[in-house]
Design a binder for this molecule. Structure first.
Ligand SMILES: O=C(O)CCC(=O)C(=O)O
Length: 537
């Protein structure tokens, strides 16, 4: 999922209105579950607390289904990832351990809750109470895995949550149980810069932000969700405007999707709050344009995987007891979305405190602190992120241009790296004129931030950067092999001058990079570095 830091962690000066972009949950009222049928025009379920009545949810189509075994990576990019369109993929989970271990041998449609509680006894998991709204999300509780399962099977003696519909969300399963390989990420979703980065880097460098108790600092975006029939997730668009994919290990889900071109219809007049349950009787007075919305629907069956594109609002209902695995991620194809969201949220954060600018010692730093607290990342975090991906892609591109030095021997892979660099170039170009990157503000940024992007040679020598490079190289090797449907089992890291060895003295990649730019002082230098790398190619 897509958690942002809880509001309670936002420093008092940072208390912001909800930005016009949503990543948070919106929820309220009874979970309204529809049957499988999907008529073109569906009655909206009554029973919400709104004042309107008899309005309809207009479902104009179904999400396309494709057998994932017959789809190449290039086709997935061309048909779904680049055009930012949802799809349901089948046939990709047959070898997953979770599909065996986590379901009952006698009935694979049902979760083996005893096995899950016994094998993964997490002391603290996050659980949403689906019948209780708190601000823009469902109320969150923390409990042990055993308590959650006890509640599910009806053994709970806890008066508070008894009878409520509890939904385990955002369980960082891979981080907690790294040795147990529950699933393999399909190649379509392997170009995942967000999780690659978080596996070796903190998202914030600034000590006042990083030391702030913030789960996003030390987490990833790979989750397990578990909920009984009737649990649900309110209308939202995902954190950072990332993509997500979600696979049903068992159970079925109903999804409703709204394309980004219609996002503005779900907001109130002031663009402050958004509809949080499309099954409520949404107040026409409060949300006058909601009636214009046109939805795609999808019933996602067991073992199917859904691709959720960037910026599409969606609401999800578990039609049966369901266990699912889901990741959020971004890469070159949706990097612009992440930047646009940060920029929009930044403007809101800045406007909100504009009246105290004159009495602030460092107004920009306060804006950035608030942006990090509300959106989960600020401009400097993002700039450090793209700088490192630019360097990693330049190194990989260099090696694909020197095939005697590499195991990645594919023109297509070289195109990936060049495309990645162009995407970073586009975003960095937009950052050049931003106030946060003015000479004055760059001079004022913390030493932790500066040292994370300034000295190229130092970055190239860091263990964390080498791990990132290795992860990127592996991901493209995996995609490359998937693309060619090749069953070779070579270990790419033993061949050629790949990530772990590419900084050896006999490899000139460092000289190649630093011949044009030695230090990065802001987005303009990054653009110059990329220009130089692409022109060499
Ligand atoms: O499965 C759910 O309840 C929500 C999943 C979701 O919103 C997502 O994967 O983006």
């Amino acid at each position: 999922m897509r958690r942002r830091p809880p509001d309670s962690e936002v420093p008092p000066a940072a208390a912001l209105p909800t930005p016009s972009s949503t990543r948070e949950r919106k929820t309220c009222g009874d979970p309204a579950i529809r049957a499988r049928s999907s008529p073109i025009l569906m009655e909206r379920m009554a029973g919400g607390s709104g004042s309107g009545s008899g309005s309809r949810l207009k479902v104009v189509g179904q999400v396309e289904r494709v057998d994932g075994r017959t789809l190449s990576y290039a086709e997935f990019v061309d048909r779904f990832m680049r055009p930012n369109h949802p799809v349901v993929l089948s046939g990709l989970t047959s070898s997953w351990r979770s599909c065996q271990d986590w379901t009952l041998a006698a009935d694979r449609r049902r979760p083996d809750l005893e096995f899950l509680a016994r094998s993964f006894p997490s002391p603290l998991v996050q659980v949403a109470d689906c019948s209780s709204r708190e601000f823009t999300d469902q109320k969150r509780l923390e409990m042990s895995m055993q308590e959650f399962v006890d509640h599910w099977v009806g053994k709970s003696s806890n008066g508070d949550s008894e009878g409520s519909l509890l939904y385990l969300k955002d369980w960082h399963f891979v981080k907690e149980y790294p040795v147990y390989v529950a699933y393999t990420t399909p190649t379509f979703f392997a170009d995942d810069w967000l999780n690659m980065y978080l596996d070796s880097h903190p998202i914030h460098r600034d000590s006042d932000i990083a030391n702030h108790k913030n789960e996003i600092n030390c987490a990833d975006y790979r989750f397990v969700y578990m909920g009984a029939q009737g649990t649900w997730t309110p209308l939202h668009a995902d954190v950072f405007r990332s993509y997500s994919w979600s696979a049903n290990v068992c159970g079925r889900k109903q999804w409703f999707f709204l394309p980004p071109s219609q996002s503005h219809f779900i907001y109130d007049r002031n663009l402050r709050s958004a509809v949080y349950n499309i099954n409520d009787d949404v107040s026409e007075k409060q949300f006058p344009e909601f009636n214009n919305t046109e939805w795609l629907e999808c019933i996602q069956e067991q073992n199917e995987i859904i691709f959720v594109p960037s910026g599409w609002h969606h609401q999800v209902h578990n039609l049966e007891d369901t266990v699912s695995i889901n990741h959020n991620w971004f890469n070159a194809y949706n990097l612009q979305w992440v930047w646009n969201l940060l920029h929009e949220d930044y403007k809101v954060a800045k406007d909100y405190i504009e009246d105290i600018r004159d009495i602030c010692d460092d107004f920009e730093a306060l804006c950035q602190r608030n942006l990090a607290a509300n959106t989960g990342m600020n401009f400097y975090d993002f700039f450090i992120f793209i700088t490192r991906f630019a360097l990693a892609n330049i190194i990989e591109l260099y090696h694909t241009h020197n095939p005697e030095e590499t195991a990645l021997n594919s023109t297509e892979t070289a195109h990936h790296f060049a495309y990645n660099l162009m995407s970073i170039h586009n975003v960095a170009s937009k950052m050049i004129s931003i106030e946060a990157f003015s000479t004055e503000n760059i001079c004022n940024i913390s030493e932790q931030n500066r040292s994370a992007f300034a000295d190229i040679i130092k970055i190239l020598e860091e263990g964390s950067f080498r791990r990132l490079l290795m992860a990127l190289s592996k991901a493209y090797d995996y995609i490359d092999r998937g693309q060619r449907n090749c069953l070779k089992t070579r270990d790419s890291n033993q061949k050629g001058c790949l990530s772990m060895t590419c900084l050896n003295s006999d490899c000139n990649v460092v000289g190649h990079i630093t011949s044009s730019v030695r230090e990065i002082h802001g987005p303009a230098d990054l653009v110059m570095l990329i220009d130089s790398a692409l022109s060499d190619g």
